[in-house]
Design a protein around this ligand. Structure first.
Ligand SMILES: [Zn+2]
Length: 197
């Protein structure tokens, strides 16, 4: 029977994406054995995240400043807007360093199964942004069924806006999630983006 403290930490960790109760318990034991080298580091890192990081009111990115470093970077092309599902996708695309415009994070994808509706995503703010000073909206949704459904929905909603709508080229593996792709594949998909039909 583990102590209450260990149970509480295990329960908290097992709620993380990709971690079940068993791997959470393994992680807890691993941390306890490495109190000085890993546990203390993790504590400090968590504290820093809690105090320093905020969500950007403009694009939804997570950064130490609000507006974030990307939104306030004057060297970036403010007429190009790349729409992604999650912050992790923004980071993945930005690591590839090919897109020089700004971003918009939806905060998820439409899903009948998970009950995610348009009003649950940052679509209204996207329409607002797209209707002033934007030339091109790049839909960089995941190549999953839900990602593509979301892209089509947004393309329809953007119809009234005087913007060019493009999306990442196929060549993204079917079922592929941006965050897991290597930078070469991602770069190729971005370069070969095409108008939404
Ligand atoms: Zn931002």
């Amino acid at each position: 029977m583990a102590s209450q403290e260990i149970e509480t930490l295990t329960a908290a960790l097992s709620r993380l994406p990709g971690l079940g109760p068993r791997s959470a318990r393994r992680a807890v034991l691993w941390l306890i054995k490495r109190r000085e080298t890993a546990l203390v580091q993790l504590l400090h890192a968590l504290e820093a995240v809690q105090h320093a990081l905020v969500e950007c009111d403009v694009c939804g990115n997570i950064d130490t400043a609000n507006p974030c470093g990307i939104c306030s970077d004057a060297r970036r092309d403010a007429r190009q807007l790349c729409v992604v599902e999650e912050v992790a996708d923004l980071w993945a695309l930005d690591r590839a360093r090919l897109f020089t415009g700004k971003y918009h994070v939806l905060g998820g994808r439409l899903s009948a199964l998970e009950g995610v509706r348009p009003e649950d995503l940052a679509i209204d703010t996207l329409l607002q942004r797209a209707s002033s000073g934007i030339d091109e909206v790049v839909l960089a949704m995941n190549a999953t069924l839900e990602g593509q459904t979301t892209a089509h929905y947004i393309a329809e909603r953007l119809e009234g806006c005087p913007v060019r709508i493009t999306q990442l080229a196929h060549g993204l593996p079917v079922g592929g999630e941006l965050d897991y792709l290597d930078e070469g594949t991602l770069a190729q998909a971005l370069r070969a983006r095409r108008p939404v039909s």
